[in-house]
Design a protein around this ligand. Structure first.
Ligand code: ADP
Ligand code: ZN
Length: 737
C-alpha cells in the first residue's frame, strides 16, 4: 500500500517509473517513522528517499545539509518538480525568512533545508518545537564521524537533536561505506535501533579504465574528443597541475576552466556555476571540487593522476553518470603519483600517516591488479559483485593486452627476488633482471646471480610494471625497511607468490600500453536516439535554463532528452510516458518540447512517435552525429593530423580555413601534446638558434620581449613554436605529475 502510493508520487512529481535499489525500503522507514541509516553510493538516489515520503506525510521534513550551494540547487530542483520546499540560510533577507516561517505554520511547506549551525540555534529549535514535524533527514551524515573523510565539528551539535525531539524520527544518509563510520553515525545521533540500509557500491553504468600515463594531454584529448558536447571533470593532484592542464586545454581550443583551493572564492564560484549551467564543458580540478555538485549529466571523469585512496577515487568517479546513463572513468597514473602523495602527507601525525599510507597502497594495488575494476572496488568496500565479467571495465572488455607467457615471466621475477634475499626494492630488482652493469650491482656482485639478465630481451620499463602488477595481485609485497635516517621498501615473496613459483597459479601481466588503442565506447544508451534532435533539445534546454535561472540538468536530465530524441512524441499527452517527465514538467515545458521535436523532424524528414527503438537508420544517425560536432573541434583534429604528417602552417591554414593565429594556437598545442623538442618542420634551424639565444636573455614566459630582442625580424608564429619546443625540452616543465 505505502509502496504503491510512493510509486505514484515518484511518477507524478519526478516522472520516474520505479525505485532504485533500497529506495523503497528507505522510504518506508521514513513513512513509518523508524530511524534509519541509509548508505548508498553517490548517485544512488539518496535525496528521493526522504523527498518522496515528505509529500505523503502531514508535517514538515527538516533536512540538514552542510553546503549552502547544495541546498539552493536541491530546493530549485524540487520547485521545478512541484514540490514545496525552501531553505533558510544567511543569504535570505528578513522578509524572505518570514515568508518561509509563514509557509511552515500554514503546513504548506513539505521540506525545509538548514545547515547544522542554523538548526541548532535556540530560535530555530524553539520554532520547530511549535511546528508539526515529519522527520529529520541528515544529509552527508558521515561528517559527524572523525573516521569519515570529511569530519565537520558543527555536525557534532546534532547530538542533542534526539533529546529535544524524542518523538521525531531521524534519518541519516551517506555515501561513505565503512562499518566504522556507519556505527559512529548511529551512535552520535542517538538513533533508536535504526534500519541499516547499505546499498551496493558498484556503479554498473560507469566504465572504468586504468592506464599508465605516457602522454597525458593526448590521453586526455582522446577521451574529451569523444564527448565534444558533454560535461566532464578532470582531477589532478596539485594546483600547479590543474593550472597546466586547464591552460593547455584552453590553449588548444577546449572549453576548460580550472578549480582549486588557491583561487579566490569569487573565481571558484564563477567556474563552478559555469560548469553546472553547461557554459563550461570541462572543469580541471583538485579534490577541492565536487562536494555538493549534483549535476547529473557528467559524462566522463578523468584522473590525470592517481588519487590518494580508493575512497577518493570512488567519490570522484561517482560524480559521473548520476543520471544512470553510461559514463567513462579514466585513470592515468605513474609511480611518481604515489611518491607525490607520500610527500604531501608526510607532515601528518604518525598514526594518521600510517592510515594514509595503507589506503594509498590500496590505490596503488588497484592500478596494477589487472583484475575486473568493478570487482576490485566492490571488494575494497567489503562487498562482492557476484559476477565474473562486469562488461564495463578495460579488463573485462579485453582492452588490456595480456602477455601470453605470464607464468614464466612471473617465475623469473619472483626467483630474482628470492635470490636477492628479499633485501632490495622494485627498481633494483628490475635492473638486475634487465642485466644492468650499473656500479652498485657490480659492487654487490649481483651480476653473478643466475637471475641476472634473465629478462634482458624485455624493456626495462615493462619489467618494472610487471613487478608492480605482481604486487597489486598480492604475489609480491612491499616491506618497509629502515637504514639510518632513510626508509626504503624491499620486495618479498608472499605465500601466494610461492604458489606461482611452484606453477600452481598464473598471474596476469599486461603488455606495455599502446598509446593509441581505440577504446570501445558503450553505445546502448544511444540506441535509436537521433543525435541531431538531441542537440536541438539541448540547445532549447540551455535557453530555458537561462530564462528560468536554474541549471540545465534541473530542467531535464540527459536521460530524458535521449528518450525524447528516441521516441519523438508529437503530443503533450504522450510526454508523461517519457522518463523524467512528471505532471508539472509536462505542463511547464511540454508545449515547447513538442514544438522543438516537430520542427526538427519536419526539417529533417524524420519519423515521429516511434514505438520501439529502430534497428535501422544508422546512416541517418551517423550523419547527425557528425553534424553535432562543432566546427572548431573538427578543424582542430584535422590540423593535428596534418601537423603529424609534417604539413606546414600555410597548408594547414588553407585546409582548415581558420585564421593564422588560430592555426598557430593549434600548432603550439600539438607540439605541447606530442612533447616535440625539435621544431624542424616549422622553424628553420638557424632561426630556432636565434630565438633560443634571445630567449636566454629574456626568459620564455612572454613572447613580446623575444620578438623585440630580435628586432621584429622573426614573426610571432615561429617564436611561439620555438618556445613550445624549448619548454618540452626542459624536463621540469614537461613533467606534469
Ligand atoms: P545521491 O544523493 O545519492 O548522490 P541523488 O539523490 O542526487 O543521488 O540522485 C541522483 C540522480 O538520480 C538524480 O538526478 C535523481 O533525480 C535520480 N534518481 C533518483 N531516484 C531515481 C529513480 N528511482 N529513478 C530514476 N532516477 C532517479
Ligand atoms: Zn570488469
Amino acid at each position: 500500500m505505502t509502496v504503491d502510493a510512493l510509486r505514484g508520487i515518484l511518477k507524478k512529481y519526478w516522472g520516474y517509473d520505479d525505485f532504485r535499489p533500497l529506495q523503497a525500503e528507505a522510504m518506508r522507514a521514513v513513512v513509518e517513522g523508524r530511524d534509519s541509516v541509509v548508505v548508498l553510493p553517490t548517485g544512488g538516489g539518496k535525496s528521493l528517499c526522504f523527498q518522496a515520503p515528505a509529500l505523503q506525510l502531514p508535517g514538515l521534513g527538516v533536512v540538514v545539509s552542510p553546503l549552502i550551494s547544495l541546498m539552493k540547487d536541491q530546493v530549485d530542483a524540487l520547485a521545478d518538480c512541484g514540490v514545496p520546499a525552501a531553505c533558510v540560510n544567511s543569504t535570505l533577507s528578513h522578509e524572505e525568512r518570514r515568508r518561509v516561517a509563514d509557509e511552515v505554520r500554514s503546513g504548506r511547506l513539505k521540506l525545509l533545508y538548514l545547515s547544522p549551525e542554523r538548526l541548532m540555534t535556540e530560535r530555530t529549535m524553539a520554532f520547530l518545537q511549535s511546528s508539526p514535524l515529519s522527520f529529520f533527514a541528515i544529509d552527508e551524515a558521515h561528517c559527524i564521524s572523525e573516521w569519515g573523510h570529511d569530519f565537520r565539528p558543527e555536525y557534532r551539535m546534532l547530538k542533542t537533536l534526539k533529546q529535544v525531539f524524542p518523538e521525531t524520527a531521524i534519518h541519516a544518509y551517506t555515501a561513505t561505506a565503512t562499518p566504522r563510520v556507519r556505527g559512529d553515525i548511529a551512535r552520535e545521533l542517538g538513533l533508536a535501533d535504526p534500519d541499516m540500509l547499505v546499498g551496493s557500491f558498484d556503479r554498473p553504468n560507469l566504465i572504468y579504465r586504468v592506464q599508465r600515463r605516457s602522454d597525458l594531454l593526448r590521453q586526455i584529448r582522446e577521451v574529451v574528443d569523444r564527448h565534444p558536447n558533454d560535461s566532464g571533470l578532470i582531477y589532478c593532484i596539485r594546483r600547479k597541475d590543474v593550472e597546466e592542464v586547464a591552460g593547455a586545454l584552453a590553449a588548444g581550443g577546449y572549453d576548460a576552466l580550472p578549480y582549486h583551493a588557491g583561487m579566490s572564492d569569487h573565481d571558484r564560484k564563477r567556474h563552478q556555476e559555469a560548469f553546472i549551467n553547461d557554459r563550461a564543458k570541462i572543469i580541471v580540478a583538485t579534490v577541492a571540487f565536487g562536494m555538493g555538485i549534483d549535476k547529473s549529466n557528467v559524462r566522463y571523469v578523468i584522473h590525470a593522476a592517481a588519487p590518494k585512496s580508493l575512497e577518493a577515487y570512488q567519490q570522484e568517479t561517482g560524480r559521473a553518470g548520476r543520471d544512470g546513463l553510461d559514463a567513462e572513468c579514466w585513470l592515468f597514473h605513474t609511480d611518481n603519483d604515489f611518491n607525490i602523495w607520500r610527500r604531501l602527507q608526510s607532515e601528518l601525525p604518525p598514526q594518521a600517516f600510517e592510515v594514509a599510507m595503507t589506503v594509498l597502497r590500496g590505490m596503488q594495488d588497484f592500478t596494477s591488479a589487472l583484475s575486473c575494476r568493478h570487482q576490485a572496488i566492490s571488494r575494497y568496500f567489503g562487498q562482492n559483485l557476484g559476477r565474473a565479467d562486469c562488461g564495463a571495465c578495460d579488463v573485462c572488455l579485453s582492452e588490456v593486452d595480456l602477455v601470453a607467457d605470464a607464468l614464466v615471466i612471473s617465475q623469473k621475477i619472483l626467483s630474482c627476488v628470492v635470490r636477492l634475499k628479499e633485501g632490495f626494492g622494485g627498481e633494483y630488482t628490475a635492473q638486475v633482471l634487465a642485466g644492468s652493469r650499473e656500479q652498485r650491482i657490480l659492487d654487490n656482485g649481483h651480476d653473478k646471480l643466475s637471475t641476472w639478465g634473465l629478462l634482458s630481451h624485455e624493456d626495462k620499463k615493462s619489467i618494472r610494471d610487471w613487478i608492480e602488477q605482481l604486487v597489486g595481485q598480492g604475489y609480491l609485497a612491499n616491506q618497509p625497511f629502515r637504514r639510518g635516517e632513510k626508509s626504503y621498501t624491499t620486495l618479498a615473496v608472499t605465500p601466494e607468490g610461492r604458489r606461482v613459483l611452484k606453477g600452481e597459479v598464473t598471474p596476469r601481466l599486461a603488455k606495455p600500453a599502446k598509446t593509441r588503442k581505440e577504446a570501445k565506447v558503450a553505445t546502448a544508451s544511444w540506441e535509436g536516439v537521433d543525435r541531431g534532435l538531441f542537440e536541438a533539445l539541448r540547445v532549447w534546454r540551455k535557453a530555458k535554463s537561462e530564462e528560468r535561472g536554474i541549471p540545465p540538468f534541473v530542467v531535464f536530465g540527459d536521460a530524458t532528452l535521449r528518450e525524447l530524441a528516441r521516441y519523438r512524441p508529437s503530443g503533450i499527452e504522450s510526454l508523461q510516458s517519457i522518463h523524467g517527465i512528471g505532471q508539472k514538467k509536462s505542463a511547464d515545458y511540454g508545449a515547447d518540447v513538442v514544438a522543438v521535436i516537430e520542427s526538427y523532424c519536419r526539417e529533417n524528414s524524420i519519423e515521429m512517435n516511434i514505438a520501439a527503438p529502430p534497428g535501422e537508420g544508422t546512416e541517418q544517425r551517423e550523419r547527425n552525429m557528425a553534424a553535432a560536432i562543432p566546427k572548431s573541434s573538427v578543424s582542430r583534429s584535422l590540423a593535428f593530423e596534418m601537423f603529424a604528417q609534417g604539413k606546414s602552417l600555410e597548408e594547414v591554414r588553407e585546409a582548415t580555413g581558420r585564421a593564422e593565429s588560430t592555426v598557430g594556437d593549434y600548432l603550439a598545442a600539438f607540439i605541447e601534446q606530442e612533447g616535440i623538442c625539435d621544431p624542424g618542420t616549422w622553424v628553420e634551424e638557424e632561426v630556432f638558434e636565434r630565438i633560443r639565444q634571445a630567449a636566454e636573455q629574456t626568459g620564455v614566459e612572454r613572447l613580446k620581449p623575444i620578438f623585440e630582442a630580435l628586432e621584429g625580424t622573426i614573426d610571432y608564429g615561429r617564436i611561439r613554436v620555438a618556445i613550445a619546443c624549448m619548454k618540452n625540452a626542459a624536463p621540469e616543465a614537461a613533467q606534469p605529475g
